[in-house]
Design a protein around this ligand. Structure first.
Ligand SMILES: C[S@@+](CC[C@H](N)C(=O)[O-])C[C@H]1O[C@@H](n2cnc3c(N)ncnc32)[C@H](O)[C@@H]1O
Length: 270
């Protein structure tokens, strides 16, 4: 019998933030294969937040997990970032990094990589400046994240009981496939996120494609199997026009994560 889809209570009990970070975000050039998804995400989020149109006062990130890589480009375009996740453990892990507590995850290799990418924008290598640049970038991210809230993307108002003014942008990275047990829930989750955005505002969406599970430590977490067409349909049906979408294919070790690819898209709320 197929294993039941892992739900919210399973995240609360078994999602170990440190295990997730060590498995997918420990960034060593020699382990490039293990961080293929991270590198793809960094490049496409860099493109999303550097191509002009997406900027404003407030960005809300839904299902942030314990990670901050998704804010490295966004922090240049938004005055305030509101992070959110379902589990207390993930929100606490992010707070540890924000407060520079001992034992917080070391994001510096990822931040340095992103800073190099930003430096290359000018057609010149600015490694001699990186000594300072990545420290400034970390501070910028810390300063931009104003709140870390509880959220449940399956609820009509994912941030209930809070009711926030509509934001300029909602970001959601690799959360919906994990949070939604079936396609109707996936469609409603996109509508729930849309309710947090101003008309004309943006959704920046990072989806994992053709996957049924990923491991975090010894625990197996379900992913809703979606292909690129499913993602596009759900985004359009939720009231967005897709401005661009880029996909990639990759393979992780089959016992760890069975995704065949991923895509990042930028869409505008009608
Ligand atoms: C694969 S992790 C992605 C984390 C991070 N956004 C990233 O890009 O690595 C999936 C995240 O979705 C969160 N999640 C699961 N169910 C959720 C729900 N109903 N509402 C909001 N977040 C949820 C989990 O706690 C977890 O942090």
């Amino acid at each position: 019998m197929a294993a039941a889809f892992t739900k919210k209570d399973y995240y609360d009990r078994h999602f170990i933030p440190k295990a997730f970070l060590e498995m997918y975000f420990a960034f060593h050039p020699e382990k490039a294969k293990g961080t293929a998804l991270l590198v793809f995400g960094l490049k496409k989020l860099y493109k999303a937040f550097n191509s002009g149109g997406i900027k404003g006062d407030t960005l809300i990130d839904i299902g942030s997990g314990p990670t901050i890589y998704q804010f490295l480009s966004a922090c240049e375009s938004f005055r305030e970032i509101i992070a959110s996740d379902y589990t207390d453990g993930n929100r606490e892990e992010m707070q540890r990094w924000l407060r520079k507590e001992p034992g917080a995850f070391d994001w510096s290799p990822v931040v340095k990589y992103l800073c190099e990418m930003e430096g290359d924008r000018y057609g010149e290598r600015v490694s001699f400046l990186l000594g300072e640049k990545w420290i400034e970038k970390e501070e910028k991210v810390r300063k931009a994240i104003k709140r870390v809230l509880k959220c449940d993307v399956t609820q009509p108002n994912p941030l209930a009981p809070l009711s926030l003014p509509p934001a300029d942008c909602v970001l959601c990275t690799r959360c919906l496939e994990a949070a939604c047990t079936d396609l109707p829930t996936y469609h409603s989750a996109l509508k729930n996120m849309s309710s947090l955005i101003k008309p004309g505002g943006h959704l920046v969406f990072f989806a994992v494609l053709e996957s049924t599970f990923y491991m975090v430590g010894q625990h197996r977490f379900s992913n809703l199997y979606v292909d690129q067409k499913c993602v596009e349909e759900a985004v359009k049906e939720a009231g967005f026009d897709i401005e661009w979408l880029e996909g990639t294919k990759f393979n992780y070790p089959a016992t760890v994560f069975d995704a065949k690819g991923a895509c990042v898209l930028v869409a505008r709320k009608r």
